[in-house]
Ligand binder design. Structure first.
Ligand code: ARG
Length: 421
């Protein structure tokens, strides 16, 4: 179908832009094929002006000058590049550390944490630049559309949203043809579709191609960040991470700001093959997906944080917090960053983390980060009580049989009932 014959899609949700009211669009622009095609397509299709926004969340190897040049060449009226690394680290990654944020026991949520910030910056930039609409490049099959649109609809009900990739009915080949026709540079060979990559300070994900074949073991070219463990150094490395009230503050004894600490942790982990996760997860939109994750910084810091938290908390706090951690991760994964329950949970996370100060030593070797030492002034631990020697004070061994009698009472009674005959 020729582009001109396609009708603009009917609207389903209240926040979707009325096509007649699209005059000036804030486009979330990565510089890749989809969003570059969008940049031209929006101007053509709606007769609208486009302002671009590219957000730096610490994705490695990005050249923002090149992205800006490309946007201008494609007709952008304004190009905004925002370095949001500090805000991302302190307002999004840090709460995730305090909540031991992992979804499905393996995904450290880096994309899920980035989207609400990107969308919030899009709202602020749209308002400042007089835009009426926000455009993003998500497909209709993923979680990212949920995270971005839920954020825009929550924070800026006056703005409309368009998601051209979801509605334009172009396949990859048509997109490339469109790009060629409109002088949009297409990177590399086009025979092999690229992986769908998303990355930031906290990790990197790859989807698509052979990854969609669940029986296919990882091909080495997917690992652009982490050294595959079998090629990691023969010599192990020890690294210490110090926390104050749940905040990582020093690496190997050197105090540094959070962004730098995350970057250095990533660099150390990468060398040793740390943080590769081959993950099947339940998307919010029903589908299951397989992702290959590389998250060296998250793996080191979460491993250390969890260990320290276990040490300074009681058994009751530890058991309870695991459940809240899981709920927190689910809300964030599901794109409900602005949901009040998330900030309610954060209040608990803050309280629990007030004790989380101390130092954890990890030993890194060929893909594994193992805790080998820990110390904390707040450890709920007394070496004299733990030892086999008789000790006075808080613990009396002679009370133990009475405890066993009562603690096992119901189990013993039930056993008797069930084995009556
Ligand atoms: N599956 C992960 C998530 O839902 C990663 C998504 C990566 N996004 C992307 N556009 N490639 O958060």
């Amino acid at each position: 179908m020729a582009l001109e014959d396609q009708r603009l899609p009917a609207r389903t949700a209240s926040y979707e832009a009325d096509p007649d009211a699209v005059g000036r669009v804030l486009l979330l622009y990565s510089g890749g094929l989809d969003t570059s095609v969008m940049l031209r397509w929006i101007q053509e299709r709606y007769g609208a002006e486009v302002v671009t926004l590219t957000v730096n969340l610490g994705q490695p190897g990005e050249d923002y000058g090149v992205i800006e040049g490309k946007a201008r060449a494609l007709g952008a009226r304004e190009c905004h590049i925002i370095d949001a690394r500090d805000q991302f680290a302190s307002e999004f990654i840090l709460p995730a550390i305090k909540a031991n944020g992992l979804y499905g026991e393996g995904y450290p949520l880096f994309t899920a944490l980035g989207r609400p910030l990107i969308a919030k910056l899009a709202v602020e930039t749209a308002r400042r630049s007089g835009c009426d609409t926000i455009a993003h490049g998500c497909t209709g099959k993923g979680n990212d559309q949920v995270r971005i649109e839920a954020t825009v609809a929550t924070l800026a009900p006056e703005l409309g949203v368009i998601a051209p990739v979801r509605s334009w009915q172009m396949g990859r080949d048509e997109e490339i043809a469109y790009a060629r026709e409109h002088g949009i540079p297409v990177k590399g060979g086009t025979e092999v579709a690229p992986y769908s990559i998303d990355d930031n300070l906290w990790g990197r994900s790859s989807e698509g191609r052979w990854i969609e074949d669940l029986g296919h073991p990882p091909e080495q070219d997917v690992f652009q960040l982490v050294t595959p463990p079998e090629r990691a150094p023969e010599d192990p490395q020890e690294v210490t991470i110090e926390f104050e009230r749940g905040v990582p503050v020093a690496l190997d004894g050197h105090r540094m700001g959070l962004v730098r600490l995350l970057e250095e942790a990533a660099a150390i982990g990468q060398r040793h093959g740390i943080g590769i996760v081959d993950h099947i997860e339940d998307r919010i939109v029903g589908l299951k997906v397989r992702d290959i994750y590389e998250a060296p910084a998250a793996t080191l810091i979460l491993t250390a944080h969890r260990e320290l938290e276990r040490l300074v908390s009681t058994i009751h706090q530890n058991r309870f917090k695991r459940r809240l951690d899981e709920e927190w991760a689910y809300l964030v994964y599901a794109g409900l960053w602005w949901e009040p329950l998330r900030s309610d949970l954060d209040a608990y996370m803050e309280a629990a983390n007030a004790q989380v100060s101390g130092v954890i030593t990890l030993k890194l070797y060929k893909g594994l980060a193992r805790v080998i030492a820990r110390s904390s002034p707040n450890a709920v631990y007394d070496a004299s009580l733990a030892s086999f020697a008789e000790s006075g004070g808080l613990f009396s061994q002679s009370a133990a049989p009475g405890f066993v009698e009562l603690f096992s009472l119901q189990s013993r009674m039930a056993w008797r009932v069930r084995n009556r005959s």
